[in-house]
Design a protein around this ligand. Structure first.
Ligand code: LMR
Length: 399
């Protein structure tokens, strides 16, 4: 039977990691997978994570199962991190939250919950969106459609076009929205646009499914959640997938969660039973270690402050890299406009170059990015930005 299986091409993002590792050129630059890197090109373990991990290990007395819903302290802390500690939702019994194996696990839990509630629901994702949204959301049988989002001419959101498209959706349609630091474009909605989106969702009775994988890496922890909080404060229902991969640097520990806003406390109770049943059927229980670290950090004033300050440093570094990259590209490619890189937020931007130029960058200059020319800005170092800009010019720039 197994010999019937076709060989599949590598994952568009993860496949680059292997290609980059196999390249032994000293000038190589990895702008592929979205991991934060410091000035030395390393993805360090955050100090607050190290300290919390120590405490977790010292205090741990057993390795017995946690529960399908995961660590309650983690779930509570993540809910407050996402929804804030002020306002009606802070302690609302309409909200339930479960731990998940990473943001990916949370997205799949959300998709499965939608399918359980409405098997024929359609989920609309932005064009473009993170490549893995497609298998994660449609893999459970949900129908997936697209809505326009990015305007390559401005490097911003094609807001009017997006709103026109969303205004045609039937009630109960699910709209996958990126809370901040849009992956792959770095183009985010402005505050006034979130308000307009809210009005449209209310009018058309749409369900937002919000992916927040980069909280704190755009404009700040609260700032990056503003749009999400606006929607959740006014809408009857919403789903939120959160991840601790980037903002806690806990990539390999697989730490995330799904938060569901429901119409009533009774509905929240029912959703929780569904989510734990889904988790049990998929992976039984999430891993403990990373979530215990996050709960420890968010539960301690000292560790939380230390983590926030490290996160602030990461965000400032990305902003600095964006400015330096825009400047270097302006010099190396004087006839082209890369200024959107400085205006955008989070780890990613589209360079806006052709797949052929992307291939030349990889094969001739050892610069790795996905075929759509998404770059992980955090993968650059101040010292290799001039090399990168010269390579983009040599590869043909945006022409
Ligand atoms: C990315 O977009 O590169 C990250 O979210 C990592 C991944 O799993 O794709």
């Amino acid at each position: 039977m197994l010999e019937l299986l076709d060989r599949l091409p590598p994952d568009p993002i993860l496949g680059l990691m292997a290609a980059y590792r196999a390249d032994d050129d000293a000038r190589k630059i990895d702008l592929g997978v979205g991991v934060y890197r410091d000035d030395q090109g390393n993805t360090p373990v955050m100090q607050a994570v190290r300290a919390a991990e120590q405490t977790v290990l010292e205090r741990q007395t057993t390795k017995t199962y946690v529960a399908p819903a995961g660590n309650p302290a983690f779930n509570d802390a993540m809910r407050r991190l996402a929804l804030g500690t002020q306002g009606a939702l802070a302690a609302s019994d309409r909200v339930c939250a479960v731990q998940a194996p990473g943001g990916c696990g949370a997205l799949r839990l959300g998709a499965e919950l939608i399918r359980a509630a409405k098997p024929n629901a359609t989920v609309y994702v932005s064009t473009p969106t993170w490549a893995n949204h497609v298998p994660l959301l449609s893999g459970c049988g949900l129908k997936l459609e697209r809505y326009p989002y990015y305007d390559p001419a401005t490097g911003g959101v094609a807001f009017e076009v997006m709103m026109c498209a969303l205004d045609t959706l039937s009630p109960g349609s699910v709209v996958l929205v990126h809370a901040s630091c849009h992956n792959p474009t770095g183009a985010d909605l402005q505050a006034a646009q979130w308000r307009e989106l809210l009005g449209l969702m209310q009018r058309r009775a749409l369900l937002p499914f919000i992916d927040m994988a980069y909280q704190g890496l755009g404009d700040g922890l609260d700032e990056d959640a503003e749009g999400l909080r606006l929607l959740c404060a006014a809408l009857p229902e919403a789903l939120i997938a959160v991840s601790c991969s980037k903002n806690f640097g806990l990539y390999r520990e697989r730490v995330g969660g799904l938060i569901a806003l429901n119409q009533s406390a009774a509905a929240a109770g029912a959703a929780l039973t569904q989510l734990t049943r889904i988790a049990r059927g998929l992976y039984s229980m999430p891993p403990d270690h990373g979530a215990a670290i996050v709960a420890e950090i968010l539960g301690s004033d000292t560790l939380r402050a230390a983590w926030r300050s490290e996160l602030d440093g990461m965000r400032a570094r990305i902003a600095h890299l964006r400015a330096a990259t825009t400047g270097a590209l302006a010099e190396a490619c004087p006839d082209e406009d890369f200024s959107h890189i400085q205006r955008q937020r989070g780890m990613f931007s589209y360079l806006g170059i052709s797949p052929e130029a992307v291939r030349r960058l990889r094969e001739q200059h050892h610069v790795y990015m996905t075929e759509d020319s998404r770059v992980n800005v955090a993968g650059l170092r101040l010292e290799n930005i001039p090399y990168f800009a010269a390579a983009v010019a040599a590869a043909g720039g945006a022409r």
